[in-house]
Design a protein around this ligand. Structure first.
Ligand code: 8YV
Length: 325
C-alpha cells in the first residue's frame, strides 16, 4: 500500500508528479483551516502533510494517527507544536537556506525604501505634487557608510549584513545569543549587548526567529534607546515587536522610519495606522515571495516529505529527536 500525502501548499505540476510517483497524493490548494470536510475526512489515513499556513493543532494530530512527517514550506516553524510532534514521533521538516538570499534582498529593499523614502516620494510624484524642485521636506537619510545593527545574526541576518558591509560600506554591529567569529572576520562585524546596539546603530534590522525568549523583544524601552534618526526594519516575525509601541515611537518621532514585512496579526488589518503612516513602508509578508524562491522552497518540502516517508533522513529536519534511522 502506498503512503498518503495531503498537499495543501502551492506545488508545481512537476513537484506533484514527483510525489505521485511514490505516493498517493490528495491536494487541497489554498487550504488555511483544517475545517474543510474533505481534508478532515482524509486526515485519518494521512502519512505526510506538505504545505504552509495551516495551524497544526493537537486536535488535528489526534485526527491523524498515521502521520509520520510534516513538511512546512517555510523556514520558520513558530506556532508548530514541536515538542508534541517529537513526542508522537512525527518528523517536522522546514526549508532553510533556499530562501536566505531572497529574504535578505527584501530586508535590504526595506532598508533602502524606508531610509530614502522611496514609496512616499513615488506617491508624491504619482499624485502630481512634484511642482518645483524638491527641498528638505523630501530628503531622506543615507544608507551607505552608516552603522547597521543586526538583531539576530543567523543565515538571513548574515546575508543582510553582507549586503550592507560589502555593497554599502556599512559598519556592522550584531546582537546574538552566541558570538559569530567567522562573520566578525569576514565582515568586521562587532558583537554588542542588545541595549548598546540599539543606541549605537543608525539602521536596525530584526531577523531573530520567534520564540518564547524573543516574543516582544522590542518595545517602548528599546525604541527609547534608539536614535531619533534611526530606521527600524523587521523581516522576522511581527510578534518580536510590540506593535503599539512601534506606532507610538513613530508618532513621537523617537525613530524616523520603519520598513516592515511582518506584523503581530497577519494579514494586517486595514484599520492599522501603520500602512497609512508616510514614514512606514509595509509589505504583505513577502520576504521569500519570488517565483524562483517559492519554487525552491516547495521543492525542498517535496524532497523532505519524500525522504521522510521513505525512511531516509530529510534534508532539513527540525526535530532531530524524532528521527529514528
Ligand atoms: C514563508 C516565512 O513563505 O519561511 C518563512 O518562515 O516567513 C516565509 O518565507 C511564509 O511564512 C509562508 O509559508
Amino acid at each position: 500500500m502506498q503512503k498518503r500525502i495531503l498537499a495543501y501548499g502551492r506545488l508545481s505540476e512537476a513537484q506533484l508528479a514527483q510525489l505521485d510517483r511514490d505516493f498517493e497524493v490528495q491536494t487541497f490548494p489554498g487550504l488555511e483551516s483544517a475545517d474543510d470536510p474533505a481534508f478532515l475526512a482524509a486526515l485519518p489515513k494521512a502519512h505526510g502533510l506538505v504545505g504552509s499556513g495551516l495551524p497544526i493543532t493537537l486536535e488535528l494530530l489526534d485526527s491523524a494517527p498515521n502521520l509520520e512527517a510534516i513538511a512546512t514550506i517555510s523556514v520558520g516553524y513558530d506556532g508548530m507544536p514541536v515538542d508534541e510532534l517529537t513526542r508522537r514521533g512525527i518528523l517536522l521538516c522546514n526549508t532553510p537556506d533556499v530562501l536566505t538570499e531572497t529574504t535578505a534582498d527584501t530586508g535590504f529593499a526595506l532598508i533602502l525604501a524606508a531610509s530614502r523614502r522611496v514609496v512616499e516620494l513615488a506617491d508624491f510624484v504619482r499624485r502630481g505634487d512634484w511642482q518645483a524642485s524638491i527641498g528638505e521636506a523630501q530628503f531622506g537619510s543615507d544608507v551607505h557608510g552608516k552603522t547597521l545593527g543586526m538583531i539576530g545574526f543567523g543565515r538571513i541576518g548574515a546575508a543582510v549584513a553582507r549586503r550592507g558591509a560589502l555593497g554599502f560600506g556599512m559598519r556592522v554591529l550584531y546582537s546574538n545569543a552566541s558570538p559569530k567569529p567567522a562573520l566578525e572576520q569576514e565582515l568586521g562585524a562587532e558583537r554588542r549587548t542588545h541595549d548598546s546596539l540599539l543606541a549605537e546603530a543608525d539602521i536596525i534590522c530584526v531577523t531573530v526567529p520567534l520564540t518564547a525568549e524573543t516574543e516582544h523583544l522590542i518595545g517602548a524601552h528599546e525604541f527609547g534607546l534608539m536614535k531619533p534618526s534611526a530606521i527600524f526594519v523587521n523581516i522576522a516575525r511581527g510578534r518580536v515587536v510590540r506593535e503599539a509601541d512601534l506606532i507610538a515611537a513613530l508618532e513621537k518621532g523617537q525613530v524616523r522610519a520603519a520598513g516592515l514585512d511582518v506584523f503581530e496579526q497577519e494579514p494586517l488589518s486595514p484599520e492599522s495606522p501603520l500602512p497609512h503612516m508616510p514614514s512606514v513602508v509595509a509589505l504583505p509578508h513577502a520576504g521569500s515571495a519570488t517565483y524562483e524562491t517559492r519554487d525552491a522552497m516547495a521543492q525542498r518540502a517535496v524532497d523532505n516529505i519524500s525522504r521522510a516517508l521513505q525512511g531516509q533522513r530529510p534534508i532539513s529536519l527540525v526535530n532531530e529527536a524524532a528521527w529514528r534511522p
